[in-house]
Design a protein around this ligand. Sequence first.
Ligand SMILES: [Zn+2]
Length: 612
Amino acid sequence: MVALHDKLKHSMYSPVHGDSMSAAEIAPVTYQVTPDIAHHYFHVCMRIPAHADNKVILRLPTWLPGSYMIRDFAKHIVTFSATGTHGALDSRRPDKSTWIIQTDGNGITIRYTVYAFDLSVRTAYLAHEFGFFNPSALCLESLAHSNHPHVINLQGFPLHWDISTGMPKAALPEDNSSNSYAAEDYASLIDYPFLCGELTRIEFSAAGIPHTLVLSAPHFADADALERDLQRICEAQIALFGESGTAAPFASYQFLTMVIGEGFGGLEHRNSTALLCSRHTLEPGSEKEANDDYLTFLSLCSHEYFHSWNIKQLRPKEFHPYDLRHEQYTQQLWFYEGMTSYYDDWMVYRAGVMTQQRFLGRLAQSLTRALRGKGPQRQSIAESSQLAWTTFYQQNENAANAIASYYSKGAVVALLADLYLRSRYPGRSLDDVMREAYQSYRHHGTTLSDLFRLFATVGDETLRALVERAVLSTEAIDLSPLLAAVGIELLPATVDPFSQQPALTPLQPTSVSLGAALQETHQGVTVQRVMEDSPAARAGLAKGDRLLAIDHIEATKGNILRAFQRYQPGDTSTLHYFRRDILVAAELHWQAPVVDGYQLAVRDTEKARAWL
Ligand SMILES: [Zn+2]
């Protein structure tokens, strides 16, 4: 932070060798951002310094790192004008994200308005509750000035609002405003999200580094519990990567959290993360029985924090550098999201914030999500990584039958490798793989074969082959022997027969199942998705169908659950449902539920010490 301030001071205001042209080359691009809360608009006034060319090319990214989908942020710009020293300048749009402006080489001013009403961590949101933006949604890039310093100044925000960002405050001699922030170049600029509003700051130090959990109002957070628990998690992660002598990749860190009624999401950045959470998840519950949603919030924080090393620093070679004009394909997301998904709960447990029983319950849920259904039999996680742009990030109702998750199955690969190393090589673990990867590849990036080689380097060729098969093929993964080696038994489990979600604790199996994920809303019970080869599929059910009756009895959630107990495999029922506005009567042939979930039980506490 201090280093950046120093750099900005010297680079911008000290003419290099007394040459005024050199000084002009390193003048900053500035953005003044003003809110129009009622209309959900950010007004931006961008000033571009003088330059040698007679045109300025401006562009907004089409996606942002960490979220692998084309989002075309420029589509939210609703007004645009450019002025130079002699008045208005002509501009044209050669494509969806680019503006070209004819200039005389002098500095120009661009004024534009961005519509901001996407309540997510990815774009921008402005309303009376709070404001949030990623500069990738708000700040046009002047291609001739990408390497110049970039300064954002926030003006006209409500007086009772605070501003939080990981971007360093600008130390500009001519600008005493406390709301100016500076980044060393455009790529840095767009890696610092901003959260504005009535903010609560929960501050703590982890390994001597200042951390802040920032929460938008209103909330009922237990600040003491959050401070204590997050501090432990952060310290555990800094210790994990710091063991080989590397410092944390940030001088301070902020968890920028939009607290809303219902929502969930996170996006990693270089010294902060943008989070979206449901209000009730910030209340920890009792000491004996932690609120699982609270643990999920901590796990989200843990996940995004782990990315500070594993994707923000260490990342696929394909992302050196990022090209935000179009998709960048990589087969490696199973490592960057999968390892991170394994470590998110694992670090919460290791930090002493989650009980062993809860950790194993949540891990079993994750195994179930990763391995059940037809999807993992049809798509490898190398392919799932490669096609993230159009499949994982654009899932439809048939996703469970069609695609694998590089998150959850990547976490299975992590578990497999961790258990293998711990049982074969006492003292070694997946931590060594992460440290080795970070040491060897964080400057230039990894290839897929680099990743596979890591498992041979830290383990052996057998482990490399196991990992390669799990990543490149759709063959079933048998975790039982590896779990048994650390005293854990892998047991079958049924999923929730109504929601089809894996349960945290074992459920009583029902005698039959529909094989469809159902949801109860004020409209009644609707179908969310249908598993292939299930009674629901054979009865013709599809997403959006509204169940009315089973054998002429109203299909409420309670009645459906009772039916799952009453009928036996082979029984037949008459099902009535609405497909949009058409009433359908179908014959339903009940089947026993498919048991494709997992639970984990400790059988040998002595052996389990190698892992838990
Ligand atoms: Zn992630």
